[in-house]
Design a binder for this molecule. Structure first.
Ligand SMILES: NC(=O)c1ccc[n+]([C@@H]2O[C@H](COP(=O)([O-])OP(=O)(O)OC[C@H]3O[C@@H](n4cnc5c(N)ncnc54)[C@H](OP(=O)(O)O)[C@@H]3O)[C@@H](O)[C@H]2O)c1
Length: 382
């Protein structure tokens, strides 16, 4: 069987390493062409020894130089231009975009322009530029396969898109589901990074604690499945067994279930439309799952979810502003500069003062992203 050639952007991260675990289980099915990482040189070294890709890209020129001396048979690249070069290599049949944050946008667009299918974990790409990304993917006949477990679930549940009435996105509720607003205001970085169900990178873990992650997912779902915001419902489901559901016009609801694991949505995106016997070995046990609870999200305690809906509905560059303000504020929280609650306050302030530009092009999106980040940094350093 011909192997499917894949490149991984963000190979050293949570999704990237799990993707390598999936791929390693099926060496006859997948071949890794390129590995791309940020600064984790130890981990990329380990992955190079194990995978032996053709190309490697790291964030800094200095680390690229070090790797060049160690592996002179590999094509070693660096920086944003390196990522973009990898995404235009037509040897790729698929690119897994699993970098975190805004860095995913340009390489994803490059891959689309080169006609390469995308397995998309990086939700920020669609939050920033969903209209452009989905339009160009359609024009170039490029598949955008969701890796996020909720969107993978919806993708698996949709048979006839025109018969779908509503999308139901589940949320675990994060570490502060049962805490008070006062507790949330006093939350430390350590408490916030302690997610009850999922082991993920720092940025998405903080977003999960504020429910901004769910808001970003609502915007992602709007673009991926062309669904109005009014018809995307978030429901808190602390067991994280129902990964999301689709409601049809006849009232039928189809949901996708499983114990929390990113291996399945990653594998499904990589092997789509095939379902392979890969990393999962045991069967789902309904008795072990036992209880499935559902509740409304508390928008008083988690107002970031409301902000994301508002930004999504307003459209234009509002979602660029939302994403940039949130991302900068999350970094500041992780650096101990602001409290968790300030992430909401800062993002709200940026949105209230934002002058919207409807139907922005990519240059405008990048410019607005930059302007918002500068404003947030200035505000934090006042
Ligand atoms: N983790 C999950 O379960 C999960 C689930 C659904 C969706 N997602 C989405 O998937 C994306 C990745 O999440 P994650 O949890 O895997 O994040 P993560 O663990 O923080 O990993 C991020 C990856 O991106 C790399 N990276 C960061 N900046 C870079 C740059 N400038 N150039 C090249 N590479 C860079 C990092 O490299 P270094 O570590 O080497 O610096 C790392 O490999 C996010 O958009 C997230 O929302 C994640």
């Amino acid at each position: 069987m011909k192997k499917k050639k894949i490149s991984i952007l963000g190979s050293t991260g949570s999704i990237g390493t799990q993707a390598i675990e999936v791929i390693s289980k099926m060496p006859d099915v997948f071949e890794v062409v390129s590995l791309c990482a940020g600064d984790n040189i130890e981990k990329i070294r380990e992955q190079i020894r194990y995978i032996r890709p053709k190309n490697v890209c790291v964030k800094s020129q200095a680390n690229a130089q070090i790797l060049k001396q160690e592996y002179n048979d590999l094509n070693i690249l660096y920086g944003d231009s390196g990522l973009e070069e990898i995404c235009t290599d037509k040897e790729n049949e698929m690119i897994l975009v699993s970098v975190s944050g805004k860095v995913g946008l340009k390489p994803t667009l490059r891959a689309i322009e080169s006609g390469i299918d995308i397995a998309l974990a990086n939700k920020e790409t669609l939050v920033m530029a969903g209209d452009i990304v989905m339009r160009r993917a359609g024009e170039k006949n490029v598949k955008i396969l969701p890796v996020d477990s909720e969107h993978s679930a919806i993708h698996q549940c949709i048979k006839n898109a025109e018969d779908v009435q509503r999308l139901i996105i589940t949320a675990s509720g994060g570490p502060f589901r049962n805490k008070t607003i006062d507790d949330i205001k006093k939350a430390t970085v350590e408490e916030t990074l302690h997610h009850p169900k999922w082991n993920m990178g720092k940025k998405i873990t903080i977003d999960s604690a504020t429910l901004m992650n769910k808001g970003l997912e609502v915007i992602e779902a709007h673009h991926l499945f062309n669904m109005d915001y009014e018809n995307i419902k978030v429901v808190v489901h602390p067991q994280s067994i129902v990964h999301s559901a689709v409601e049809y016009y006849d009232g039928s609801v189809i949901a996708q279930l499983g114990f929390p694991s990113m291996h399945i949505p990653i594998q499904y995106a990589l092997s789509y439309p095939k379902r392979l016997k890969g990393i999962k070995t045991d069967s789902f046990d309904f008795v072990k799952a036992a209880r499935l609870d559902f509740e409304e999200p508390d928008l008083e305690k988690f107002p970031c979810l409301k902000l994301a809906y508002e930004a999504g509905k307003a459209g234009g560059t509002y979602t660029v502003c939302l994403n940039a303000a949130n991302e900068e504020a999350v970094f500041a929280f992780l650096n101990g500069q602001i409290s968790l609650w300030r992430i909401y306050e800062i993002t709200k302030e940026m949105l209230e003062n934002h002058k919207n530009i409807s139907s922005p092009d990519i240059e405008t999106i990048i410019e607005q992203d930059k302007i918002t980040r500068e404003k947030v940094r200035k505000l934090i350093n006042l």
